[in-house]
Design a protein around this ligand. Sequence first.
Ligand code: ARG
Length: 465
Amino acid sequence: MKKPWSGRFKQSTDKLMEQFSASISFDRRLYAYDIQGSIAHCQMLAKCSIISQADSKKIIRGLKRILKEFELEQFKFDDRLEDIHMNIESRLTQLIGPVGGKLHTARSRNDQVCLDIRLYLRNEVEEVLQQINAFTKTLLILARKHTDTIVPGFTHMQQAQPVLLAHHLLAYVEMLVRDRERFQDVLKRINIMPLGSAALAGTAFPIDRKYTAKLLNFPELTHNSIDAVSDRDFAIEFCSNSAILMMHLSRFCEEIVLWSSSEFDWLELSDSYTTGSSIMPQKKNPDAAELIRGKSGRVYGNLLTLLTLMKSLPLAYNKDLQEDKEPIFDTVDTVKMSLTIFNGMIKSARFKKIPLHRVDISGFLTATDIADYLAKKGIPFRLAHEITGQTVAYCLEAKKTLHNITLKELKNISSNFSKDVFDHITLDNSVQSKNVYGGTAKKQVLVQIARLNKKLKIKPKPSGK
Ligand code: ARG
């Protein structure tokens, strides 16, 4: 098999070296983008009279035929041709003869591969954005259903203060909204057209880069040919955004694992997203959540792979850069799969009704509200905190909780207590009293649901239904 670069070589490539340097086993997934880019490049060459219209037509016909071969899974890959670019070009020449060799005028694989990755990522980011939207929508609908469900909120994984389940779920929506913004933002830096940079210096042919950009729907051109062929920032940024997204998903997954345990028993996952044990017949394992949590690791790894790949890399193109593809592809696959599975898992899950005594399993979930109660009566908050601490200590000693301590006992601790304290420390009152913007009171949670619905352009259900 003659290599497109074989001119200056006398000996053939070592067999193992051939395998070692080949990327065709993984970069084949870029075929459609490679052809799309080549068609645009060819049209531009003809428009600028660098090749004839007749040659251009022949080349484009050939490329379209090759695209069909890929789609029908008839394309024959050859490892000896190293990568997707040379596989396609070689097939083109096979199909239309030596004129196929004109396609690569004013182009190098160095700018070609950058273009392919940019086209690929641009498409995939759009899909990731859609999936984030779909998942966010599911969470918003779920939150709307639970604006009256009170759950314990935690700090240090200890019962802290009561909150609405809706409020807790909306915390994840906020994270996803930021994730969405990050992916929207990276699109600006992905969506830049590198062709015309050629190997590294630009090209001596009178090409029209703007025309190629227009054909491929790029709003901007790269401004420096050396940077253009060696830049992978946009891919690193994509992986970084993905790592942050997966970190968010992993936190949520961790909670889902906890919530579906018999200790918590808040959530019933559907059979379709859980698995059984081969030895313990009673088990229903939250595998989907565990796997997403686990897969965050490989996405972080991919980010680190890319950063390490680029570290200290001299300008301009170096073959190291071929190693960028697998981490990018793996990140795209993992993020998309995780979002899809997560959405399905949540859509099919059911939150159970949690009885109040289990919400306040510690018996002290509203202790902070006692301190607030005293402070509102004019006692300095630090002192109020101290008195409440003594109240808790008393309860622990007397084997009581805030639910069954009597007014007499309270008054023994501080004369500032009166009967209205009991209304003050109900779970519902505790929640509704957090009526600050961004707080957990139902009123505030509804404000945020409306804001998020608007932001995500979700039409709220007509009221009264
Ligand atoms: N397969 C190569 C890559 O993915 C394409 C660019 C090759 N360029 C070169 N000068 N060998 O990076």
